[in-house]
Design a protein around this ligand. Sequence first.
Ligand SMILES: [Cu+2]
Length: 122
Amino acid sequence: MKIALRILGTSIFLVGGFGQLAGLRARTHAAPLPQQMAHEMTSEVKIDNFSFSPATLQIKAGTKVTWTNADDIPHTVVSDDKIFKSKALDTDEKFSFTFDKPGTYPYFCSLHPKMTAKVVVQ
Ligand SMILES: [Cu+2]
């Protein structure tokens, strides 16, 4: 019963005769996100095999983009206009930037300048 209470957290109404059962069910559902988290817009770009994926990312203004280097060699994420610039990202390292203004943002990897992609902000 104590375990069920801990798992349910705010869902007190579920605790009772069926606490044990509800506890089991609750484990299969993600906890509800706080309102501000649920409203934050995020997007992901994967770096792998010497390319950015997707090559063109379409997002809305205010979206936070996170690049993850899934390759086994270092890469960088550098805006053509120097609006953002990451350090060399090792395997599994991440870099994030929030795009507040609409526009097209081409970028590349400064270690391998043939690696190019862009973010289109609406
Ligand atoms: Cu690179």
